[in-house]
Design a protein around this ligand. Structure first.
Ligand code: ADP
Length: 246
């Protein structure tokens, strides 16, 4: 089966230190995947490579037919290709309503939202409502984003990214700072989002990862240490040793 994204033999060094070391990892279309690993494992650097923020020293990043790493594509060019990224902190427009935030995201070309701030013009109301429903904010459309809870802001930003119709969405620690209920709802949102595009979640919270019920990749020292179901990887002795710091 051809993969949506193939990372093969990628290495990146910072001042001689190999943050990513001969990393190979593949993602299929419409796959939900969790990436876990101790601090310093290379999770952030991995996302930086896929989104073009960091260029690999070696290896290939193949997106469809394109070798993103060789083409020297910029971050915004890669975003335009359909790779979205959700950073840990929510970045929504607090003075705008939920509806305005989603409308703006729908009208903005893929990539960062900051550039274009459209005023209220009629847009695709049905699409806005469909996304709001997908992220559980249908009854919040007229609220100012600034009044939302932390979890709701995170969902709104996920909705803004979904509005841009990515084929791959990278999500960095979505559960951080959320209540238990918000976490549960977030797993539902991500699982549903992954029905129609690939979603890769970097997460520390094991209970959250368990609820995602997806394939898990464990990173350690910049490479894949184990891959499979959460039960499989957490019963792997090398993974246990790494987490216990042995
Ligand atoms: P994680 O997200 O899994 O905690 P990171 O990708 O942030 O891991 O970091 C992997 C390793 O690379 C760490 O040891 C970190 O200190 C190092 N590193 C990351 N970015 C840089 C940088 N810009 N300069 C120097 N070292 C870095």
């Amino acid at each position: 089966m051809s993969m949506l994204l193939e990372v093969s033999g990628v290495s990146v060094s910072f001042d001689g230190f190999k943050a990513i070391n001969n990393l190979s990892i593949n993602f299929a279309e419409a796959e939900l995947r969790a990436i876990i690993g101790p601090n310093g494992a290379g999770k952030t650097t991995f996302m930086d490579i896929v989104t073009g923020k960091t260029k690999p020293d070696e290896g290939r990043v193949i997106w469809g037919e394109k070798n993103i790493s060789l083409l020297g594509m910029s971050e915004s060019q890669i975003a335009m290709e359909g790779i979205g990224r959700k950073f840990q902190k929510p970045t929504v427009f607090e003075d705008q309503t939920v509806r305005q935030n989603l409308a703006m995201a729908l009208k903005t070309p893929r990539g960062p939202f900051a550039v274009l701030m459209h005023k209220k013009t009629a847009t695709n109301a049905a699409r806005i409502e469909a996304i709001a429903d997908e992220i559980g904010l249908l009854d919040q459309l007229m609220r100012r984003a600034g009044e939302l809870s932390h979890g709701q802001k995170q969902w709104l930003e996920i909705g803004m990214l979904l509005a841009q119709d990515p084929r791959l969405l990278l999500v960095d620690e979505p559960a951080a700072g959320m209540t238990v209920e918000e976490r549960e709802k977030t797993t539902d949102i991500l699982r549903r989002a992954a029905e129609t595009r690939a979603v890769v979640v970097v997460e520390h919270d094991m209970a959250f990862v368990r609820r995602l019920e997806c394939k898990v990749t464990v990173l350690h020292e910049g490479s894949v240490l184990a891959e499979g179901s959460l039960d499989h990887v957490t019963s792997d002795q090398t993974v246990i040793d790494v987490y216990l710091g042995r």
